[in-house]
Design a protein around this ligand. Structure first.
Ligand SMILES: [Fe+2]
Length: 453
């Protein structure tokens, strides 16, 4: 086992700006450049893997640490980083991949993938277990099973409906039933739980919601029980497992799912999905495959559009751009509805993370109406994370808003919280907040105080 002392031998996901932090901090004396818009009242929170022991076998297996900024009245009141207090923090020697323990104990989450606000709660999410509830200071309240109604895992990528406030998601499992559809009401009650028949246990990282439907992505990243028994990341690519999209009404059930075959591929993250008559449009960050050659086999993703024609039963696939990009997002107000604009992180390839000094990070903006791609260039030796879009007060156009993210600066080995103008995509931020180093992570969201405080 590696230790933090022989750092050259550590895998990439534990070196450089992937290296875990060793302390939790609260900083209230924050240096701000520019002007934080006074209308922003809430928290920007982002999750990531920060192994408490300093070591993890895979980038996806570290302990969840939330990095948050509290904005109110034009000021940055605090920055905090906090572990999600899962059982692995108090018992770090507990094995992560263990079929008789952490893979079946739904409270044994790493809680490291996403963090969302819904129904008065901030939820830290990881797809194999229960959600963890956090308070407004990012301290852990504990896991939730929705009053005993949640029997299995809960995805890290639920979709929050901007029309009726529902949080729709799913859970997947190594054991039958492999897939369960989950629907949580606007008031935080788990109101629907449906077993969905699929061909086997696959890693279903994300899914899609439209105004009336959900679309499951049943793709050839399959569980391998032997790998799990050996304590390895238990997923690999299968040339035999068919790639399919499953369309179901949001209040539907197993019998109402219509499955559509697609070309083999993997999608970690869709940008958005919406309905257009009898068609369903899905914009996704598509990879040719995943985990075929090794547990670190991640080909470069790029933006594609799938169009499901529910009348003809056909799915068409179109590559929108060949520029490598990931972490696609639309404004929260457009989730499930027709979007014109989408935002991505440019070049999430390992080489950029390997040598951030040589990187030139950028936030991309796609205009799906005109086909134009513009970007915010965050500068030499600097890399942004996933961006969250927050609308301006009185926004008229879909892109009247701000893009928020943490930016790592390899020149100084520090980070900043940055707010950019999504309409102009100016390289000059609206505001930045200077921070100590914030390690690279996964997903973040703006949680307005009106949603959870
Ligand atoms: Fe994700």
């Amino acid at each position: 086992m590696s230790t933090i002392e022989n750092i050259e031998e550590l895998p990439l996901h534990l070196r450089g700006n992937w290296a875990p932090l060793t302390e939790e901090r609260t900083i209230t004396d924050l240096k701000v450049t520019g002007t934080i818009p006074a209308e922003l009242d809430g928290r920007y929170v982002r999750n990531g893997a920060n192994p408490v022991t300093g070591f993890s076998d895979h980038p996806f297996l570290g302990d969840g640490m939330i990095h948050g900024i509290r904005l109110r009245g034009g000021t940055a009141e605090w920055y905090r980083n906090r572990y999600v207090q899962t059982p692995f923090i108090s018992t770090p020697e507990r094995p992560v991949i263990d079929l008789n323990d952490s893979l079946t104990d739904m409270a044994a989450s790493k809680a490291n993938t996403n963090v969302v606000g819904h129904a008065g709660q901030i939820l830290a999410l990881e797809e194999g277990h229960f959600p963890y509830v956090l308070d407004g200071n990012l301290d852990t309240v504990g896991p939730t099973d929705y009053d005993g109604k949640l029997k299995g895992s809960f995805t890290a990528h639920p979709k929050l409906c901007p029309v009726n406030g529902e949080l729709v998601g799913f859970g997947y499992s190594l054991f039958a039933p492999y897939l369960t559809y989950l629907r949580v009401s606007a008031t935080g009650e788990l109101v629907q739980s449906e077993k969905i028949t699929v061909g086997g246990p696959t890693m279903m990282h994300d899914f899609n919601m439209t105004q009336n439907h959900v679309i499951f992505m049943d793709l050839p990243a399959v569980f391998d029980m032997d790998m799990a028994m050996r304590g390895e990341m238990p997923i690999h690519w299968s040339d035999d497992y068919p790639a399919r999209l499953g369309v179901m009404p949001r209040n539907g059930n197993d019998a109402s799912v219509v499955w559509y075959d697609i070309n083999p591929c993997y999608v970690f993250h869709p940008m958005n999905a919406y309905e257009d008559g009898t068609k369903i449009i899905l914009d996704v960050a598509r990879l040719d495959h995943v985990w075929r050659d090794s547990a670190m086999d991640f080909p470069e993703p790029a933006l594609y559009r799938w169009t499901i024609d529910t009348a003809s039963g056909r799915v068409s696939e179109e590559q929108i751009d060949d520029l490598p990009a990931e972490f696609p997002r639309v404004p929260d107000s457009r989730v499930g509805l027709k979007h014109r604009f989408g935002y991505m992180m440019a070049n999430a390839a390992a080489s950029a993370f390997e040598d951030p000094l040589s990187a030139n990070g950028a936030i991309l903006k796609y205009d799906l109406e005109t086909g134009a791609r513009t970007s915010v260039d965050v500068g030499s030796g600097r890399l942004p994370g996933e961006s969250s879009f927050v609308p301006k007060d009185g926004a008229v156009n879909e892109d009247d808003g701000y893009l928020m993210t943490y930016v790592y600066d390899a020149n100084t080995d520090t980070s900043e919280f940055a707010i950019f103008d999504a309409a102009t995509m100016s390289n000059e931020p609206v505001a930045t907040v200077q921070l100590p180093r914030v390690p690279f992570g996964f997903h973040g969201n703006w949680v307005p105080s009106a949603v959870a405080d």
